[in-house]
Design a protein around this ligand. Structure first.
Ligand SMILES: C[S@@+](CC[C@H](N)C(=O)[O-])C[C@H]1O[C@@H](n2cnc3c(N)ncnc32)[C@H](O)[C@@H]1O
Length: 420
C-alpha cells in the first residue's frame, strides 16, 4: 500500500506532548458573541494573552491572569509562549486566528499539533454577509503592515476587493490611489466594527471617499467594486506589460521578449526568482505580479538603477520585491535558493552562468538572454554542454517610413533556457 500523501509538519512533533496552547478568535461583540467551546476555554484558562482591545472585550467574565501583548509583538512571541505554556495558556485573536492572524504565527513556532484553534467568523466573512457577496468571488488584500501599493495588481475592471486596513486613513488613501489609476468611479464601502455594537457601513465612490469616509474607525474593511474610466487600459497580471509602464534608462527587457522569457521561467505560486542584472526590474516585477505568493530578488550593482527598480516595483504593485546591491557571481552568494533564474544581460561575465547553474535545484529553470555575438557564443557553449532550448527571438515593429509604414527590427535576442 502506498503511503498516504500528508503535508509535512513545519515543526517535528515532540516525543513527550507539551501542553496545548489554545487560540480563541473573538469578534467585536466580545464575550456575548463567543460560542460555547471558546467560552469554556477562556473560563478554564490560567493565563489569557491578547491585545489591550481584545482583553477589554472579555469584560469581567474571565478570571484568568491577563497579559497584554508587548509592542512589537513578534520578537516577544516565543518568550511569552514559553513562559505561560504550562499554565493553561489561551491567546486571543481577532476573528479567524488563521486568517492574517496570530494563530498562524504561533503554529509556525510550535507546530500544528501543539495548538488548538477556535475560530470566529473573519472580517471577510462578516463583510460578505453584509454585502451579499459570495466569499469565493472576492479578492482579499491585507494592507496591515504592508505598503498601500500592494493593492495594484488586484485592481482590475469588474473585480470585487475586500481590503484590510490598519488605520483611519485607509479609505482616503486607497480612493486617491484608485483615482490616480483611472478607477475613480469605483464603489468604495467602509465597513467599521463589524459584528459589534458600533458597526457602521458607509457607502461612496473613490471620487467621494476622501470627504465621505475620512477618517473612519481604524477597525474597518473596505469593499471595492472596481470600475474603470472609459480611457483606462487594464494592466493584466499576465506578463508582457507595455514597455512604457516601466521607468527605464533603456535597460529594459522589451515587452515581447519579456513575455517569452517569463513564460520560459514558468512562474509557480510561492516560488522565488533571481533577476540577475535586473536593470529596470521588469522581469522580477512581472514574475511577482503573476501571483501574490511569487517572490523575487533583483540583483543590480548600480544605485540609480536600484532606485528605479524600487520605484517600478511600487508603481506596479509589488513593493515586496527584494533588491540586492552587487554584481553576479559575488552578489549571489548567500541569497535564498531560487526556483528560477533570469540573466537578462552580462551572460559573458566570468563565472556568472556557472554560479547560476550551480544554484539551481532539481526542477529549477534558468533563462539567459544575449544580444551580442560573444554572449551568444557563451550560450551556445552552455547549450552544447547541458542541453536545454536555444531560440532566437526577432521582433519587428511597424513604424513610419516617410508617409508609409515599414518594419523596424529590434536587435535579435538569443535565449537559452535550461530545466535542471
Ligand atoms: C491582522 S487582520 C486580522 C483579521 C482577522 N484575523 C479576521 O479574521 O478578521 C486585522 C484587520 O482585519 C480587519 N478587521 C478585523 N476585525 C474587524 C471587524 N470586526 N470589523 C471590521 N474590520 C475588521 C481590519 O481591517 C483589521 O485591520
Amino acid at each position: 500500500m502506498p503511503e498516504p500523501l500528508a503535508p509535512e509538519p513545519l515543526v517535528p512533533e515532540p516525543a513527550t506532548p507539551e501542553p496545548l496552547v489554545t487560540v480563541v478568535g473573538v469578534g467585536a461583540d466580545g464575550w456575548a458573541g463567543l460560542p460555547g467551546p471558546s467560552r469554556e476555554a477562556l473560563l478554564t484558562a490560567g493565563v489569557v494573552v491578547g491585545s489591550e482591545r481584545q482583553l477589554a472585550l472579555l469584560g469581567g467574565a474571565v478570571g484568568a491572569e491577563r497579559v497584554p501583548w508587548p509592542t512589537p509583538l513578534l520578537p516577544a512571541l516565543q518568550g511569552i509562549l514559553q513562559s505561560h505554556r504550562g499554565s493553561g495558556l489561551v491567546v486571543l485573536a481577532s476573528g479567524d486566528p488563521m486568517f492574517f492572524g496570530i494563530g498562524a504565527s504561533i503554529v509556525r513556532r510550535l507546530g500544528p499539533a501543539a495548538v488548538r484553534v477556535l475560530p470566529h467568523p473573519s472580517a471577510v466573512s462578516l463583510a460578505c454577509a453584509r454585502l451579499g457577496w459570495p466569499v469565493q468571488d472576492v479578492d482579499v488584500v491585507s494592507l496591515v503592515g504592508r505598503p498601500l501599493e500592494t493593492i495594484h495588481p488586484a485592481v482590475q475592471p469588474g473585480r470585487r476587493l475586500l481590503v484590510l486596513v490598519s488605520d483611519a486613513d485607509g479609505a482616503a488613501e486607497i480612493s486617491s490611489l484608485l483615482r490616480e489609476r483611472g478607477y475613480g468611479p469605483s464603489a468604495v464601502t467602509v465597513l467599521e466594527q463589524l459584528g459589534g455594537p458600533a458597526e457602521r457601513v458607509v457607502r461612496g465612490t473613490a471620487a467621494t471617499a476622501a470627504t465621505a469616509h475620512a477618517p473612519h474607525d481604524p477597525l474597518a474593511v473596505l469593499a471595492i467594486e472596481c470600475v474603470a474610466e472609459p480611457a483606462t487600459v487594464p494592466l493584466p497580471r499576465s506578463p508582457g506589460l507595455p514597455d512604457d509602464e516601466f521607468d527605464s534608462d533603456g535597460q529594459l527587457t522589451k515587452r515581447e521578449v519579456r513575455a517569452v522569457s517569463i513564460a520560459a521561467l514558468a512562474p509557480v505560486p510561492g516560488q522565488l526568482l533571481w533577476d540577475v542584472g535586473a536593470g529596470s526590474g521588469s522581469v522580477g516585477i512581472e514574475w511577482m505580479r503573476t501571483h501574490p505568493a511569487c517572490r523575487a530578488v533583483a540583483i543590480e550593482p548600480r544605485a540609480d538603477r536600484r532606485e528605479r527598480i524600487a520605484r517600478n516595483a511600487r508603481t506596479l504593485g509589488v513593493p515586496a520585491l527584494t533588491i540586492v546591491d552587487g554584481a553576479a557571481p559575488a552578489a549571489l552568494r548567500g541569497l535564498p535558493a531560487p526556483d528560477a533564474i533570469f540573466v537578462g544581460g552580462g551572460v559573458s561575465g566570468a563565472g556568472v552562468l556557472d554560479a547560476c547553474v550551480a544554484a539551481l535545484r532539481p526542477g529549477g529553470r534558468l533563462v539567459a538572454n544575449a544580444v551580442t555575438v560573444q554572449a551568444e557564443g557563451v550560450l551556445a557553449a552552455w547549450h552544447a554542454r547541458l542541453g536545454g532550448t536555444l531560440v532566437r527571438i526577432a521582433i519587428q515593429r511597424a513604424a513610419p517610413v516617410g508617409s508609409f509604414t515599414g518594419w523596424r527590427p529590434a536587435l535579435p535576442v538569443t535565449q537559452w533556457s535550461y530545466l535542471r
